[in-house]
Design a protein. Structure first.
Length: 343
């Protein structure tokens, strides 16, 4: 990846969020010529500007809903990492129209602006909630995936390669439950979980960047990439956070499921797995590039064994409390908290 990015210009939408902040640091370390950060939050942009203090980073105040601001941020760049989104499940349940405007129409703006500006590659960040979606956030992300794939299908001659990455819960990202557990432990309160037996994939921010980098290196138009990841129950995660930070075994209180929550998440459906290429730590699902000539498939469709299960947080590797502690200790945020603990 270093060779392809050395001297390149890159735009990150939603660049002041958890993923964007990690990605921009990784890009600067790889010798890029310039990074454009497009986001709505002036305060976060100012914080990032002071923290990075790097003349290669340029900031654009704007919204992916506004085509002109997207066009301005991607003019003259080689690569786009599209991370801007509304991600909170409950808020999207109350305001689904806003989820559509940002996650679907905003993504369309990013892809169209990239195409018109001759951008070489666009990687769109999706989520496990887009698979069998039961909430507005997942539904809008599923439509984002379809928008990216439709562009690839309908524009085979475009020089812009559009691909999608789909990942599970990113640990310690904005909205993650881990900071809540840390806060509750600090206040001596019980740890609150919606449903103790609920399972979730666990990925670090570094893992999410690795997934995007893999897509950037290997994507063909319309590809979907997933990074293999372990999972744990929410109760296991809560107890692991407490144990890692030296709080023993605090009480865990069940508060009930929130709007739009699922008991487990799926990263790949059975149908996608049947088509997927196993690339070691990753799965690649190629684009279904068939045309609208449905008559070609009336008498004969696709063949494939059905003896495959979904790749979900119940069937992947299940972490114990101890192994979850090991994973938590790899997070920079947890490492920072551990340095503050008394010897």
């Amino acid at each position: 990846m270093t060779d392809r990015l050395s001297g390149a210009r890159v735009t990150i939408t939603g660049g002041t969020g958890s993923f964007g902040s990690t990605m921009v640091t990784a890009l600067l370390g790889r010798g890029v010529d310039r990074v454009h950060i497009l986001s709505r939050d002036e305060a976060k942009q100012d914080d990032m500007r002071q923290r990075l203090s790097d003349s290669r980073v340029r900031f654009f105040v704007g919204d992916v809903r506004d085509y002109a601001s997207v066009d301005n941020a991607v003019t003259g760049v080689d690569f786009v990492f599209h991370a801007a989104a509304l991600k909170q499940v409950p808020s999207c349940e109350f305001f689904p129209d806003q989820a559509v405007k940002t996650n679907v129409l905003g993504s369309q703006n990013v892809i169209e602006a990239a195409h018109r500006n001759g951008v070489r590659s666009v990687v769109c960040l999706s989520t496990d909630k887009a698979v069998y979606p039961v909430n507005a956030m997942g539904m809008s992300k599923a439509l984002m995936e379809k928008t990216a794939q439709a562009f690839a299908r309908n524009n085979p001659d475009s020089q812009t390669v559009v691909s999608v990455t789909r990942y599970g819960n990113v640990m310690y990202s904005r909205g993650s439950v881990i900071p809540l557990f840390v806060k509750q432990l600090g206040q001596g309160r019980p740890l609150t979980v919606t449903e103790p037996s609920m399972t979730r994939f666990l990925m670090s921010l570094r893992d999410s960047v690795d997934l995007v980098e893999h897509a950037f290196l290997h994507a063909r138009a319309g590809d979907l990439f997933v990074k293999k990841a372990p999972a744990s129950t929410v109760e296991t995660l809560a107890r692991a956070v407490a144990l890692t930070l030296g709080h023993g075994d605090p009480p865990v209180r069940k508060i009930g499921m929130r709007h739009g929550e699922k008991m487990f998440e799926t990263l790949l459906t059975r149908e996608e797995l049947l088509k997927a290429d196993d690339q070691g730590d990753f799965f690649r699902v190629p684009l279904d590039a068939r045309s609208l000539e449905y008559e070609l498939y009336v008498e004969e469709g696709e063949h494939g064994a059905a003896e495959v299960s979904d790749y979900d947080s119940n069937t992947t590797e299940q972490l114990t409390v101890d192994s979850t502690c090991d994973l938590l200790r790899t997070l920079p945020e947890i490492q920072g908290l551990l340095t503050k603990l008394p010897a």
